[in-house]
Design a protein around this ligand. Structure first.
Ligand code: ZN
Ligand code: ZN
Length: 261
C-alpha cells in the first residue's frame, strides 16, 4: 500500500521529524510513503502567485500568512540525508505544485535537476478563487463556470508535461457544490490527457477528512472508471499534514478503485 501525498510542513527539517511519519507508516502497514512540501513554502516560487494575490485580498492575506516560510536548499539537503539512511518503508520526496498556466516554465526551471522523485501538480485556484479554503468563499460563485474552468485547467495541467501526477483531480466538489451539467466528457478528456502525458492520478482521502459531510471519499466513481479505461495509474493518498494522518483510509480508497469497473 502506498500513501502518495504527505505534507511535512509543520516540522523542522530533521531526521526525528521524518521518523514520526515512518513510524506511523509502519503502524499502518504501508510499503511506501511519498513526502512533499507545497511549492509556496519556498520563496523561489513566489512570482507564480503575483496575479492571484493582486486580484484577491483573501489570497494575498493567506499567502502572507503561509508562504515562503522554509528554505528550499534545506529541504533538498534533508532529502539527501534521508536517502543516505535505511528505513523499513520506501520513502520518496517531491513537491505539490500549484498549477498556473503561465508559470509552467518557472516550475520547470526551479525543479530541474533538483533530484525530486515526483512532482504533483494540483489545481488550488480557479482564476483567483481559492475554492478549497472555506465554504463561505463559494457564496455568489457561478458553480457551472467554476467547474468548467477547473476541468479545462486540469486538462491543461496534464498537457503541460511539467508533472508526474495530478493531485486530488476532482477536489472542486469538496464543499458539496455540483454543476447543472454532466461531467462525463470532462472525465474522459482528462483521462486521455493524463494517459498521453504518462501521469498518475491521486486518489486522495484528504478532502473527506476535512469535509466529512460534503465530500465523498476520493474521486468520483465515473472519473475512476474513465482513468481505468485509459490505463492511468491511480495512487492512493491521505494528504496528511500531520504524522497521525498518514495512511488515513488508504485501504478504503484502494477498495473503491478496485471495485470501479
Ligand atoms: Zn492540494
Ligand atoms: Zn496536499
Amino acid at each position: 500500500m502506498i500513501d502518495g501525498h504527505i505534507h511535512i510542513e509543520y516540522g523542522d527539517y530533521t531526521l526525528d521529524w521524518i521518523q514520526k511519519f515512518v513510524d506511523k507508516a509502519v503502524e499502518m502497514e504501508l510499503d511506501e510513503i511519498r513526502l512533499l512540501e507545497h511549492n509556496y513554502m519556498f520563496k523561489e516560487f513566489e512570482p507564480m502567485y503575483d496575479t492571484v494575490r493582486a486580484k484577491s485580498d483573501f489570497v494575498d492575506n493567506w499567502f502572507l500568512r503561509k508562504a515562503g516560510k522554509k528554505s528550499y536548499e534545506e529541504y533538498l539537503d534533508l532529502i539527501d540525508k534521508v536517502r543516505a539512511r535505511q528505513y523499513p518503508v520506501k520513502i520518496k520526496f517531491g513537491l505539490e505544485v500549484c498549477f498556473f498556466k503561465d508559470s509552467v516554465d518557472l516550475v520547470k526551471e526551479l525543479t530541474k535537476d533538483k533530484g525530486f522523485d515526483f512532482l504533483l501538480g494540483s489545481i488550488h485556484f480557479v482564476d483567483n478563487f481559492a475554492f478549497d479554503h472555506t465554504a463561505q468563499l463559494w457564496e455568489g460563485i457561478d458553480v457551472d463556470k467554476t467547474y468548467k474552468t477547473f476541468f479545462e485547467d486540469s486538462i491543461e495541467l496534464a498537457r503541460s508535461k511539467a508533472f508526474d501526477g495530478i493531485g486530488h483531480p476532482d477536489s472542486i466538489k469538496l464543499f458539496g457544490h455540483r454543476p447543472s451539467y454532466d461531467l462525463t466528457d470532462y472525465y474522459e478528456r482528462l483521462a486521455i490527457a493524463l494517459s498521453d502525458s504518462n501521469m498518475y492520478a491521486d486518489q486522495n482521502s484528504g478532502t473527506q477528512r476535512r469535509c466529512p459531510d460534503t465530500s465523498p471519499l476520493g474521486m468520483d466513481k465515473e472519473l475512476i472508471k474513465a482513468l481505468k479505461r485509459h490505463n492511468v495509474k491511480i495512487i492512493t493518498s491521505s494528504d496528511a499534514h500531520h504524522p497521525e494522518d498518514v495512511g488515513y483510509k488508504i485501504r478504503e480508497l484502494q477498495d473503491v478503485v478496485m471495485t470501479c469497473q
